[in-house]
Design a binder for this molecule. Structure first.
Ligand code: NAD
Ligand code: UD1
Length: 335
């Protein structure tokens, strides 16, 4: 069975291609290389000893999408293709709505014309906006606090409406908490462009000597040590979650949403401490003011995925920091 993986050379898409391939599902990778290196393809082969089919293309190119879907008899689409920087989305909202929302509509049009009925969509815990209660379950009200977040809310709505209009179609929205870590081989991982916004890549770059210190954004939150608490999930668990979601719903239709998280929160200082242990060196940090838009605490109720998909995270914080360090120290400049 072949599936199209849009955005498949990116951080989460590439790890999911490995998980799909391991499960006997053949991923056809489709990516415009706007935030990925073509070298990822070689790493995928190195790790899996399989060759992967890659088509360079944009999800806003309907003709190309339809051609690939028909040519490969695509059975489902895994949709990772999006821009994802929160700050940038506030500065360039139209670019985000065009790429993430218009792009998704074009992708759905192409799927409709090619007769592809299933889509697995990369959503985010950002669709819960400011948490009204914790842990966050899938019934928590949906909202957003920035244009990037709104693109996720909008695409989820479009997917729901699309399923209403076509009874045969299936859309699974996977709401990721904080994906971190790397492939345990150290051959594949996350390499953000420029200065990382997210905590784990910033810590990793500090440990490897590319940054002087980590700024800890706020130590006066109502959390055990005063720093922000998040639900970090290992990329290998996350990737497996996609395969389990897809395979568990082979015969189903409609719109379904699942949290993919561990249910366990860690503070900024917990992550820095764990990383220092994995790297065998101190990670310098300085306390800094709160970052605007941040909440104190955010973690998942991951029980629905356990119940319906028989999926649960298996890897802990030390796996996340060890694997990130292995990747970061092997490829300090990324691929
Ligand atoms: P990424 O930037 O590494 O991967 C996205 C991939 O999509 C890149 O390879 C990029 O080149 C490609 N792409 C972007 N726009 C495209 C377009 N118009 N046409 C074709 N390809 C395009 O990001 P990631 O971290 O792997 O995220 C994957 C998905 O998961 C995104 O939708 C993101 O919003 C979502 N998500 C990520 C996180 C996270 O923390 N990384 C959290 C929640 C949700
Ligand atoms: C951020 C985005 C979220 C997005 C997610 C994944 C914001 C407000 N939220 O989530 O929408 O889905 O990334 O891309 O941008 N921290 C530091 N120092 C740093 C970096 C982060 O102390 O240099 C702290 C933050 O204050 C937070 C925690 O580390 O408490 C995690 O931050 P981050 O990795 O950026 O993820 P989120 O803010 O949870």
């Amino acid at each position: 069975m072949k599936v199209l993986v849009a955005g498949g050379l990116g951080y989460i898409g590439s790890h999911t291609c490995l998980a799909l391939s391991k499960a006997g599902v053949i991923p056809i990778i489709y990516d415009n290389l706007s935030n990925a290196s073509i070298n990822v393809l070689e790493q995928l082969t190195l790790i899996s000893e399989h060759n992967f089919t890659f088509v360079e293309g944009d999800i806003r190119d309907q003709q190309r999408l339809e051609k690939v879907m028909v040519e490969h008899d695509i059975q489902a689409v895994f949709h990772f293709a999006a821009l994802k920087a929160v700050g940038e989305s506030c500065e360039q909202p139209r670019r985000y709505y065009d790429n993430n929302v218009s792009g998704s509509v074009v992708l759905l049009d192409a799927m409709a014309n090619a007769g592809v009925k299933k889509i697995i969509f990369s959503s985010s815990a950002t669709v819960y906006g400011d948490p009204q209660y914790l842990p966050l379950d899938e019934l928590h009200p949906i909202s957003a606090t920035n244009p990037y977040g709104w693109t996720k809310v909008m695409v989820e709505q479009i997917l729901q409406d699309n399923c209403q209009a076509d009874n045969d179609s299936l859309a699974i929205s996977l709401r990721y908490f904080n994906p971190v870590g790397a492939h345990p081989s150290g051959l594949l991982g996350e390499s953000p462009n420029g200065i990382p916004n997210n905590l784990m890549p910033f810590i990793a770059q500090t440990a490897v000597g590319k940054r002087e210190f980590v700024s800890v954004y706020g130590n006066d939150y109502d959390t055990p040590d005063g720093t922000g608490v998040r639900d970090y999930i290992h990329i290998m668990d996350l990737a497996k979650g996609h395969v389990d979601a897809f395979l568990s719903h082979q015969k189903d239709t409609g719109f379904l949403a699942y949290n993919l998280g561990t249910g366990q929160g860690y503070s900024v200082l917990d992550v820095i401490t764990a990383f220092a242990e994995s790297a065998g060196k101190e990670v310098p940090y300085k306390l800094a003011p709160r970052r605007s838009g941040d909440v104190a605490c955010n973690y998942a109720d991951a029980s629905l995925a356990k119940q319906k998909l028989n999926w649960q995270a298996t890897l802990g914080l030390s796996d996340m920091t060890e694997d990130t360090w292995r990747w970061q120290s092997k490829y300090p400049q990324g691929l």
